[in-house]
Design a binder for this molecule. Structure first.
Ligand SMILES: Cc1cc2nc3c(=O)[nH]c(=O)nc-3n(C[C@H](O)[C@H](O)[C@H](O)COP(=O)(O)O)c2cc1C
Length: 444
């Protein structure tokens, strides 16, 4: 069996299984109460643990995106809407599982580091050491408008605040020593006060006295994930993250992205091996070409032009900016960059590399959502793809698979058909090796 470092890591993205028309894919959510109720999520948690998945992921964006100056399309079509806070669902899912990990998101732009540290440390207790914090700077304008800003704060300002946010987190997690708790029945002494420290942080953005009023949690400091793709995002991940979420086209694109992160790690004095990358993508398990055609047909029916347009507009953070579906991706990106209105720079870079100068917005959106499943194929083909992509990108990390066609059936099929192939090839665990997410993911 391969060592932990050589294992593919697998995370299942549950962020939008209720949204973007996924809920109405034939068979999806059948016999389950709609979004909000935990029943489906609890079954998925059990299923993922049966498949020995590393974790379940919940993204978070706390706003209702505007498209062409209105929220109507977003709400009517349910594109990334509604969005509940993921933390209560993570708590519920952790109770019905023993080893499955959870990656949950909080914004470093709109939350306070004291609140984030306290929440993540408390959640680490409830999940018994199985939580990771996806620390994002948030790129969606309407989120800012829910937190007192007229629009989204400037990109570099957000990263500057995030860097200080991370410094405060580091100090807070270190403010209580691992052996500080005594719970001494005889003496009635709860903690050794000499092992609990104020932090007295005072910076440009935050003033925090500390200490963190949470008993040391099973992971000490919960694992941390980052997903920024700009230079500032890459630098922050290189400095603080245990894991990066990334999207890159093809094996070569992944290799290039890995090299960029390695370089960034070295420039901040970090060992690149310390930071894994999990590649985001969708997947479909099929028995052969006939079923593949059938899935594509169903997906095409699901994604109207209107929905594709709303999705892309949101994803790029275009807010009120109207995009012509027949315009070329390269032209639109040049225009919105010039006008300084698209805050998600990393996504624009991804779109630029995935298209030619004559790819239209409509074709790109459709290609991406309908045909863009990176791992479409039979279980053997999916395993081939993963094995090649894993080795082409440094064999440190793995994949985040977003179920596209059918929930929970799509996940169940992955668990029952793809996992055994990966296991047979020695690429994936047959048992969890540790108790905490950090132990299972990083082997320490
Ligand atoms: C797999 C993945 C998951 C992400 N999850 C979130 C999220 O939950 N919330 C959020 O605001 N941004 C999320 N992002 C966006 C990134 O945090 C970041 O804002 C985006 O990649 C743009 O990065 P940049 O501003 O550094 O260019 C995610 C990105 C990726 C690739």
């Amino acid at each position: 069996m391969a060592s932990n470092q050589q294992h593919i890591k697998l995370i299942c993205d549950l962020s939008l299984i209720h949204s973007n028309a996924k809920w109405r894919y034939p068979g999806s959510w059948e016999n389950y109460p709609k979004y909000g109720d935990p029943a489906l999520y609890l079954d998925i948690a059990r299923m993922l643990e049966r498949g020995k998945f590393d974790g379940a992921f919940f993204a978070d964006v706390a706003g209702t995106p505007m498209v062409n100056g209105s929220m109507k399309d977003t709400v009517e079509l349910g594109v990334a809407w509604p969005r509940h806070d993921p933390i209560p669902m993570v708590s519920a899912m952790s109770v019905v599982t023993e080893r499955l990990g959870f990656v949950t998101t909080m914004s470093m732009t709109y939350n306070h580091p004291f609140h984030a540290a306290r929440m993540m440390a408390s959640l680490d207790h409830v999940t018994r050491g199985r939580v990771a914090f996806n620390a994002v700077v948030s790129g969606f304008p309407q989120e800012g408008q829910n937190y007192g800003y007229d629009t989204i704060p400037d990109h570099e300002w957000r990263y500057d605040r995030a860097a200080e946010f991370q410094q405060v987190l580091t100090k807070l997690f270190a403010s209580i020593e691992p052996d500080a708790m005594l719970w001494d029945q005889e003496t009635g002494i709860v903690a050794d006060a000499s092992k609990v420290h104020r932090i007295d942080h005072e910076g440009e953005h935050f003033k925090v006295m500390g200490p963190l009023p949470v008993a040391p949690s099973p992971q000490g400091r919960p694992m941390q994930v980052m997903a920024g793709q700009s230079d500032s995002g890459m630098r922050l991940a290189a400095t603080y993250a245990d894991l990066q979420f990334a999207g890159a086209n093809g094996h070569a694109g992944k290799g290039k992205h890995r090299a960029r992160l390695d370089e960034m790690c070295r420039s901040v004095g970090r060992d690149p091996d310390d930071v894994g990358i999990v590649w985001a993508g969708s997947f479909d398990v099929v028995s052969g070409p006939a079923e593949e055609d059938e899935i594509r047909r169903k997906l095409r029916e699901q994604y109207s032009d209107r929905l594709l347009h709303v999705f892309l507009s949101q994803w790029w953070g275009l807010d009120g900016y109207e995009i012509d579906p027949d315009a070329y991706v390269h032209d639109v990106i040049a225009e919105v960059r010039g006008a300084g209105i698209a805050p998600n720079w990393g996504y624009l870079d991804m779109a630029m590399t995935a298209t030619t100068p004559t790819t239209s917005i409509r074709d790109y959106a459709r290609e991406w959502l309908v045909y863009g499943a990176e791992y479409i194929g039979t279980p053997e083909q999916i395993a081939d793809y993963m094995e090649e992509a894993f080795h082409a990108s440094g064999a440190n990390g793995g994949f985040m698979i977003a179920p596209r066609s059918g929930v929970p059936a799509g996940i169940e099929r992955f668990v029952d058909e793809v996992i055994p192939v990966l296991q047979r090839r020695g690429l994936f665990r047959t048992e969890y090796s540790g108790a905490t997410l950090r132990e299972n993911f990083k082997g320490r």
